[in-house]
Write a protein that binds this ligand. Structure first.
Ligand code: SF4
Ligand code: SF4
Length: 352
């Protein structure tokens, strides 16, 4: 990504923060989305315990690569450089993903993918690097195959994901690599170890996520021992304080601890990040919050039109008042400006 695009994006993030300050002071929501999430595919080669995608009975009518390209370029004309996250099931199962990443990257859009990493061999690593992808998060829930593979529903997944990470590292070009870890009953004792491991490999950082109540087997991974969750998260806070490149901020960990206890998060101020993002699912349906109604479909309208519609305005009015402590864990958090900038810095610069 060119420096001028990065500066423009930074200016817009600052503008959005100012718009949010004005909104809190009683004004209307003035901002534009700073993140766009696209679910370009629901196909996956794994059967994770915490995921419902592979259990879906019907296949939605997916948008074509051309339709996705129109969404990406239309958003660029509207927003200038923006942050685009591909939330596809396993993005590298679909050859079309490389064309979409390249379309976005050529327009100066910051692109991010999350992958289970198991399909990345030398050839795939080269394709990823050539696509211009800015950052790639690879899911590693445990460094112990018996834990990671059991959660991911297939033997050999840890070994293949690590092979993928090493193939990308050998190239010395390509996206910044992050490790995504879902906090479960099985890995509480080794979260700090995963952070150290990522650092030793020279990766850009770690992101921890709450377990989503999806599919039929997520309860098997739910940590019942709230004290153990608190201790594990305290260890991560300490690691971050000591310089570890952990993307989550302190308030995010506070909300996550409350989420696992089933209580309201402390310090609620109603600034869920979903007020600043828009998601398009595999069939083109557009939402701000996954728990709230669709605001339309990109097959019939442009993203900007939908963002400025009455349906979107209704959802934007509801989000600030939302009291849910959902898996997103951001509605109830209010990071300081320093923490917010620190997280952006880890994401965009790839290191502390
Ligand atoms: S969590 Fe990701 S890797 Fe696992 S089955 Fe779902 S889409 Fe596939
Ligand atoms: S916290 Fe509320 S507004 Fe935010 S994603 Fe969850 S349900 Fe939606």
């Amino acid at each position: 990504m060119k420096k001028r695009h990065l500066i423009k994006l930074g200016a817009r993030l600052a503008g959005n923060t100012l718009a949010e300050v004005l909104r809190k002071a009683g004004g209307p929501p003035l901002h534009r989305p700073k993140r766009i999430y696209l679910e370009t595919s629901v196909r996956c080669n794994l059967k994770c315990l915490h995921c419902g995608k592979w259990q879906a009975k019907t296949a939605p009518r997916q948008l074509s690569v051309e339709e996705w390209s129109r969404v990406i370029t239309g958003a660029r004309e509207w927003l200038g450089p923006y942050y685009l996250s591909f939330r596809s099931a396993e993005p590298f199962m679909d050859a079309g993903i490389f064309r979409l990443i390249k379309t976005a990257a050529d327009l100066g859009v910051v692109t991010r993918c999350t992958s289970n990493g198991t399909l990345i061999n030398e050839e795939m690593a080269r394709k990823i690097a050539d696509s211009g992808l800015s950052s790639l998060s690879i899911s590693i829930d445990s460094l112990r195959p018996e834990i990671h593979d059991a959660g991911r529903g297939s033997p050999g997944t840890l070994k293949r994901a690590v092979r993928g990470i090493l193939a990308l590292r050998r190239l010395k070009t390509g996206p910044k690599i992050y490790i995504n870890t879902i906090v479960t009953s099985e890995n509480l004792a080794e979260l700090g170890e995963i952070v150290s491991w990522a650092r030793e490999l020279g990766l850009a950082g770690n992101l921890f996520q709450a377990l989503q109540p999806l599919g039929s087997s997520w309860r098997r991974l739910w940590p019942e021992d709230a004290g153990a969750v608190d201790r594990a998260l305290a260890e991560l806070r300490e690691a971050k304080k000591n310089g570890a490149a952990i993307v989550n901020h302190r308030a995010h960990f506070d909300a996550m601890a409350a989420y696992y206890r089933g209580t309201a998060a402390p310090g609620f101020r109603g600034t869920c990040s979903r007020l600043f993002s828009v998601s398009v699912d595999v069939a083109g349906e557009v939402t701000l919050c996954p728990e709230m109604p669709s605001i339309g479909n990109v097959r019939g309208s442009g993203l900007r039109e939908l963002w400025e519609s009455a349906a979107a305005a209704a959802v934007k009015r509801r989000i600030p008042g939302c009291r849910a402590n959902c898996f997103v864990n951001t509605c109830n958090t209010e990071p300081s400006m320093g923490e917010r900038l620190g997280s952006y810095f880890i994401l965009f610069a790839g290191k502390l």
